[in-house]
Every structure is written in structure tokens, then in C-alpha cells.
Design a protein around this ligand. Structure first.
Ligand code: ASP
Length: 584
């Protein structure tokens, strides 16, 4: 037997017990007559003591140890004379009678401490060492717990966990596919699924009316902090339901996760915000409603005073930064620079300070104090507040104002990661017009049902049609999204046509689904949650990487196993693939 106990469990009530522990050497402190060894495993750290009560052999081994050696120690649980209240095992230590090195270790390239001295790249290269550190261990434990609560909840609600294939044909979720060449079918490729969307719909046709899967999905997109080329979804589908049923089940699901994983009780119904309101009030389809600072549309109020910036603007929007009237010139200049960065794209920033003694603004030349007062009142600003205004083309300005609002939220400490403000965003548009390609794209995906009352506009004014689609949003993060599906062949065909598919293209890509719809497709709807994001939200972090055991870096590379990599020419020949020279 390698061990009787873990390094995290012994307490005063175990005094005098004979125990054997196994783990990694965290630290050795040599005090001459005594050597203290901190032994670590997944469960914690226990202090070992080698002193005059230990054998000569033990003492010798204790002298020879280095960091991260794998060690087995047998001894007696003793009460510590100087206790460490910061450690759960801090009241005891093990008086060692026998020590055995199970494996020596090279000195690790960075310290295995909560705050490591290793840079990003180095820690990615030695991910298995990084994973020994508490922050990553805790992140993976959180992920595990969330997966278990998810399975339990969905099982309890009669959802069946069913696996769908990883080698499929393309699914049109809007991103690029990762492709896998087929040796047995030269010149043909599988695609890795961007989501199991069509398969879960086929499962509904097959009669499995509640399905779920915690499933890997693959999208060949440009990477960002919250994106990975392979990521995990909690993917769900239900038959014989309406939007309301899906929202109810998954609102209970989210509440159960909050409660059982974080101990956070959310007693109220999640707000439901129409997409159009989210865009008007927050300039985002994933509003962070932990704080207010909603947009005020002051376009009509500011026109006609010879201020050309406003006169020529399609939209003028204002937010109120509470208590910020005291911002210095330098701070305001900083904000102006911030909104003018290309990523934000505003042309400039107009400000109004509401001070006890009166109003000051960057547009005093054009507006009387009374007019500015009226604006302040309209925006709900009071003495001590600062109004920030952006103007320009509507879509861009809303989006720039969103970035500014979030920045002010950060600066004012209004975005506490321990506070959670979930909501449903509903009534998304069915279609999105793309200027560049001059065509409509599905806002969610082509299988999303229009709202029945809007179907009449599908021919006359497609851009106006709203969808039975919904997102689960929390703290400015889109955690999940789904929709009621089209289950009628004709309507699905019409949708493909709107999206610019010819009948032949639709048949070639989705014939299997259209065919299935001939054989009794039930009404159905579903949702998928980004599991990695859900975990990082719960963990209070912006990066999903920490919640994935072996993630890719910003270039989509795994620097530990060195992938992607070139392959043997013989393999290529076998696959019938010819490579053009690519520049390094
Ligand atoms: N397949 C969709 C997605 O990945 C989710 C859904 O509609 O269920 O976003």
C-alpha cells in the first residue's frame, strides 16, 4: 500500500496514529538537528519532521531531497509545538520513521507556488507542472463540480446523455470548420463539429425528447482570451416544448449550479430583456447589469444649436458616471484617448460636469446653462456626477458607448466578480444583414424559428423578423444561447432560400435533415452553454484557459506537445494530399 491517508486530511483527532503518506516535496527546511519537509498532494500539504527519533537512513534521505521529489513517508501523527492556523493540517506533523524516494525530480523550471515565477509560455510548455499549482487545481476542481451538478440536474429532469459523432460534415454555425482528410475516401474530408446542432435535432425526430451532452466543439476562429479552437458545450435539446419551457428548465438549472457550486442563492426570476432594449440601453446583446449607467438617447435634444458634431450625428448617447464630477482634465483626456483608440472607434468625447455651484462642459459654447441643466435632468444626473457623451453613426456609437460604460464600471468598482447578475436576452432578430457580401446571415443559425407573428414579413421585410431565440447572459458574458427550431419542411426551405442557398445547395448540405422532417418531426427547441466560459464566470476569471486542463495558446498552438506540426510526407501521400510550399 502506497499510502494510508492523503496529505490533506490528518488532524489532531488522528494523534498517535501510524500513517503512510505519499506525495511531492514542496519544501525542505534543514535546521541541523531537525529537517522539516512539506509533502504535497492534490488534497493538501502535511509537514513531516525528521529528527533524532528518526533513523540514520531517514536523516540521510532527508538531506538528499530536492523540490518535487516523489516521496513516501511513514510515521506517527504528532501535535505541533508551533501550529500553523493557515493550513488545515497545521496542528499536526508526522514524526517520520521511514522515508522512501519513489522518484527523484529535476529542479522544475518554475516554482510550484500559488504565485509562480514562471512566464506564460514556460508554464504552458510544462503544463503538467503548472497543474500542480493550487490556482489551476482549484479551477479544475470547480469545473469537475460543475460537470457533476450539471449531469445530476439534467438526469433528474429526464434528459438522456447521448454522444454524437466528432467526424461529420460541415455545420453552418458561421465559423470555419476544422477538416480531417479521409484516407479511405481520397479527396474527401470530414469536418469536426462546431456544435452537434443537426444531430440533436435528429435525436428529437428519433423520439429522445430530452437530450444533453457535455461535448467538445471545434471552431477555426481567430483566438481571444475567451476563445479556444476546441471548447466544451453543455448541449441540450427538448421536444414538445415552447421557448418558455426551455427558459424555465434552464433557469432552474443555472440557479441549481449557483446554489450547489457557489452557495449563491438567486431567489428572483431572471430578468428577460428584448434584444432591441439591450442594444438601446447597453449597446450590447450581452449587457452587464451588475450596474446601471444605462444609455440616454439625447439625439433629438441636442440638435439645432450649431454644434456640427451633434447636428451631423445619427445618434447622440449619454451615460452618467455617478460621483465623477471631480474628474481632472487629465482623467478626462485619458478617457478621450481611450474612446478614440481604433478598437473603440469614437471620434471624441463630450463631457458635462454637474457641480454644486453650476454646470461646466466641453460644449459650453453651444449650449446655455439651462439647456445643459435640462440635459442633465433628462439623464437623471445629479450634483457630483459626470455626463459622458458620444455621437456618430448609430450602430458604432452604441457599441463605443458600451465599451466606455464597461470601462467606467471597472473604474468605479461596479463589476465585482463575486456578484452575479444573470438575465435572458430574448427576441433576437432572425437575420443579420452583411454590407460586405450584400446578403442576410442567420443571427443564431439557419434552424432557428421566426416568431410566428413575424413570419408574414419574411418576404416583404426580412430584416424586421424576430426569432424565437434567447441567450443566457451573466455579468456581460454570453454564457449560453439557443432557440426554438423550425420543424416544418417548407419553412426550413424558405429560410435556406432567404440565406441565399439554392435548392440544390440546401439539398446537398441539409438534405438529411429536410428528409428527416418528412417523417414526423416534433416541435423542438434547445440551448447550449459554453462550459469553459461558465466555469471562468464562476471562478471570477476572464480567461477560460485556466479552466481547461490542456489549452492552446494565442496562436492556437499546444506548445507542450508541439501541435499543430508538419507530418510525414508518406502520410500525405497516403491521404492523397499535396502540399504547396508555405512560407514559414
Ligand atoms: N448550436 C447552438 C450553438 O452552438 C446552440 C443551440 O442553438 O442549441 O450556439
Amino acid at each position: 500500500m502506497y499510502r494510508t491517508n492523503t496529505c490533506g486530511e490528518l488532524r489532531l483527532e488522528n494523534l498517535s496514529q501510524q500513517v503512510t503518506l505519499a506525495g511531492w516535496v514542496q519544501k525542505v527546511r534543514n535546521l541541523g538537528a531537525m529537517t522539516f519537509i512539506d509533502l504535497r498532494d492534490r488534497y493538501g500539504i502535511t509537514q513531516l519532521v525528521v529528527d533524532d527519533n528518526s533513523s540514520e537512513e531517514c536523516k540521510q534521505i532527508a538531506q538528499s531531497l530536492g523540490r518535487e521529489y516523489v516521496l513516501q513517508a511513514t510515521g506517527t501523527v504528532l501535535e505541533r509545538s508551533s501550529k500553523n492556523p493557515k493550513m488545515p493540517t497545521g496542528d499536526i506533523e508526522i514524526g517520520v520513521s521511514s522515508l522512501k524516494v519513489l522518484n527523484a525530480a529535476d529542479t522544475p523550471p518554475f516554482t510550484i507556488e500559488d504565485n509562480s515565477d514562471g512566464g506564460d509560455e514556460l508554464r504552458m510548455r510544462y503544463r503538467y507542472l503548472d497543474l500542480r499549482r493550487n490556482p489551476l487545481k482549484n479551477a479544475l476542481m470547480l469545473r469537475h463540480r460543475m460537470a457533476q451538478v450539471t449531469r445530476n440536474f439534467l438526469d433528474g429532469e429526464n434528459f438522456m446523455e447521448i454522444e454524437t459523432p466528432y467526424m461529420i460534415n460541415s455545420t453552418p454555425e458561421g465559423a470555419r470548420d476544422f477538416l480531417v482528410p479521409s484516407r479511405l475516401n481520397p479527396g474527401k474530408f470530414y469536418a469536426l463539429p462546431q456544435s452537434p446542432q443537426t444531430f440533436k435535432q435528429l435525436l428529437m425526430v428519433a423520439g429522445y425528447d430530452r437530450y444533453f451532452q457535455i461535448v467538445r466543439c471545434f471552431r477555426d476562429e481567430d483566438l481571444r482570451a475567451d476563445r479556444q479552437p476546441e471548447f466544451t458545450q453543455i448541449d441540450c435539446e427538448m421536444a414538445f416544448v415552447e421557448q418558455e419551457d426551455v427558459l424555465n428548465v434552464f433557469e432552474r438549472f443555472a440557479k441549481t449550479l449557483f446554489k450547489e457550486v457557489l452557495g449563491v442563492e438567486i431567489a428572483y426570476d431572471f430578468p428577460r430583456m428584448p434584444w432591441s432594449v439591450a442594444m438601446e440601453k447597453y449597446g450590447s446583446d450581452k449587457p452587464d447589469i451588475r450596474f446601471g449607467m444605462e444609455f440616454n438617447d439625447i439625439t433629438a435634444d441636442v440638435k439645432g444649436k450649431d454644434f456640427v458634431v451633434f447636428d451631423s450625428a445619427e445618434y447622440v448617447g449619454a451615460i452618467v458616471a455617478e460621483g465623477c464630477a471631480g474628474y481632472t482634465r487629465k482623467q478626462i483626456d485619458g478617457l478621450t484617448e481611450f474612446v478614440k483608440r481604433p478598437q473603440v472607434g469614437a471620434k471624441g468625447l463630450v463631457w458635462i460636469r454637474i457641480e454644486e455651484g453650476g454646470i461646466k462642459s466641453s460644449i459650453d459654447k453651444f449650449y446655455t446653462p439651462e439647456e445643459l441643466s435640462a440635459l442633465a435632468e433628462k439623464c437623471g444626473a445629479k450634483a457630483g456626477d459626470l455626463i459622458l457623451i458620444l455621437a456618430g453613426e448609430k450602430k458604432q456609437t452604441l457599441s463605443a458607448l458600451n465599451v466606455l460604460r464597461l470601462e467606467m464600471g471597472d473604474r468605479l468598482g461596479l463589476r465585482d466578480p463575486k456578484k452575479f447578475a444573470p438575465l435572458w436576452v430574448v427576441d433576437f432578430p432572425l437575420l443579420e444583414w452583411d454590407e460586405e457580401t450584400q446578403r442576410f446571415y442567420a443571427m443564431h443559425h439557419p434552424f432557428t424559428s421566426p416568431k410566428p407573428e413575424d413570419i408574414e414579413f419574411m418576404d416583404s421585410d426580412p430584416g424586421k423578423v424576430r426569432a424565437n431565440a434567447y441567450d443566457f447572459v451573466c455579468n456581460g458574458v454570453e454564457v449560453g444561447g439557443g432557440s426554438v427550431r423550425i420543424f416544418d419542411r417548407e419553412l426550413q426551405q424558405k429560410m435556406f432560400k432567404l440565406l441565399g442557398f439554392t435548392a440544390e445547395q440546401a439539398e446537398a448540405q441539409f438534405g438529411f435533415l429536410m428528409n428527416a422532417f418528412r417523417y414526423g418531426a416534433p416541435p423542438h427547441a434547445g440551448i447550449a452553454f459554453g462550459f469553459d466560459r461558465f466555469c471562468s464566470l464562476f471562478g471570477g476569471s476572464d480567461s477560460i484557459r485556466d479552466y481547461i486542463a490542456f489549452p492552446k495558446n494565442n496562436q492556437g498552438r499546444d506548445v507542450m506537445v508541439d501541435s499543430p506540426t508538419t507530418i510525414d510526407p508518406a502520410q500525405l501521400v497516403e491521404l492523397g494530399i499535396e502540399l504547396k510550399e508555405v512560407a514559414e
